[in-house]
Design a binder for this molecule. Structure first.
Ligand code: AMP
Length: 397
């Protein structure tokens, strides 16, 4: 069976076609500027040159229509007909408390995705637009929703509750949900294979560090805690998000800068993090370069960034009562040689010792721990699309 994987954002649609006989990727692509003048489709068939198609795409249905035409086009296509697609897997950011695993989409599932608009206003509406567009264009195949929050639903109240009046949870479902679940799931399972231990017997700390970032603490096959919370704003310092902060800072700055709720939301999500602190960029590479050139704010930003990750490793070591391995993944985790080294420096008290020579690697699956490190340190490139394709295949076959 061939599975189409779809990740629909507000003005973009990312897609892949995966052949489940050998899990090979037949093509990947990106529709950009949906609903904005100058829409494009970048389509990359395996082993062939990338093609870029320019066409105005007023909405997600028009975008998906162009994707499907391209998939079967005699020139750039990878399928002989649309009937080759056996199922479609959709990334959905928020499944609330309703879904602890992937599900075949029906009206009830769509209703829950819609109910989560309130707590995921930037992600769930475009995710649902993608689902609606695909179900309209491919009504005869199964569509599966794979939720970013699902893997973290194994958290128990002592780790997902905030210390605010209980009403906030009962009335408004205010609690920690966690995100990047498919990525944490993928690398945690792969780490267990690298450890040569059953997954259910491992203690693993997963560090998904990219433009967004989150940490997972996994024990006995369950997520014990994760650093993103009610929204993706909590936890690590990210490209443009502050991560953990005294909530009083929010009220104080709203007052001082005359910000309303939407403006404050934008400030802490889009103007903070590496970008806000360094004043240079949200891209770690730019901040590292500025720091090397002597920019003091960039140097401070880097230290705050590294220390936050170290702090979470320490916290999760305590929660798990030790761990077998820590795993670096996503843009920074897979490629950031200096960031990984800084995070793993002076961590030997916790049994974490990096081999700094082995660490000089990018985008490869490798064990970079020193021979006498009690805790293994792995770099594992993530593959969220493969998790979506596997879940979709499992539910559709
Ligand atoms: P992601 O959101 O997972 O795509 O990660 C994107 C981030 O990875 C970028 O913003 C960069 O900060 C970071 N990144 C990518 N390559 C490198 C690199 N070679 N060194 C340091 N950071 C990198």
């Amino acid at each position: 069976m061939k599975v189409l994987v779809v990740n629909a954002g507000s003005s973009s649609i990312k897609y892949q076609v995966v052949d489940m006989t050998d899990e090979s990727v037949l093509c990947k692509g990106l529709v950009d500027r949906v609903g904005i003048p100058g829409s494009t489709l970048e389509h990359k068939p395996a082993g062939k040159d990338e093609v870029v198609i320019k066409k105005d795409l007023p909405d997600h249905t028009a975008g998906m229509q162009l994707v499907l035409e391209t998939l079967v086009s005699p020139e750039h296509g990878v399928l002989s007909s649309m009937d080759d697609i056996g199922a479609v897997g959709h990334r959905v950011v928020h499944g609330g408390e309703a879904f602890a695993s992937s599900v075949v989409i029906d009206d009830e599932v769509k209703k829950v995705i819609r109910e989560c608009f309130d707590i995921a206003p930037l992600h769930n509406p475009p995710n649902l637009m993608g689902i609606d567009a695909c179900t309209e264009l491919m009504p005869n195949v199964k569509h599966v929703a794979v939720f970013d929050t699902a893997f973290h639903q194994s958290m128990t109240p002592e780790n997902f509750m905030y210390a605010v009046p209980y009403d906030a949870y009962e009335k408004f479902r205010v609690r920690r949900y966690g995100f990047h679940g498919t990525s944490h799931f993928f690398v945690a399972h792969r780490a267990a294979e690298m450890l040569g231990k059953p997954y259910e017997e491992c203690k693993i700390i997963t560090l998904h560090i990219g433009n967004g970032g989150s940490v997972g603490a996994i024990k006995d096959g369950r997520v014990i805690e994760t650093s993103m919370g009610f929204t993706p704003l909590e936890g690590l310092v990210m490209g443009t998000r502050s991560g953990d902060i005294d909530p009083a800072v929010v009220f104080f700055l709203m007052d001082k800068l005359g910000m309303n709720t939407a403006e404050a939301n934008n400030y802490f999500n889009k103007k903070a993090g590496l970008l806000g602190l360094s004043g240079v960029s949200n891209d770690l590479r730019d901040v590292e370069e500025a720091a090397r050139e002597g920019n003091e704010k960039a140097q401070i930003a880097l230290k705050v960034y590294h220390n936050r990750v170290k702090g979470y490793i320490g916290k999760y070591m305590a929660l798990l009562n030790g761990c077998d391995c820590i795993v670096f993944t996503a843009g920074v985790g897979e490629n950031g040689i200096d960031a990984r080294a800084a995070i793993c420096t002076d961590m030997d008290f916790l049994g974490i010792k990096m081999d700094f020579e082995k660490n000089k690697v990018r985008g490869k699956e490798v064990d970079v721990s020193a021979a006498d490190s009690k805790v293994r340190i792995f770099i594992i490139p993530t593959n969220e699309e493969l998790v979506i394709a596997r879940d979709t295949y499992g539910l559709a076959k």
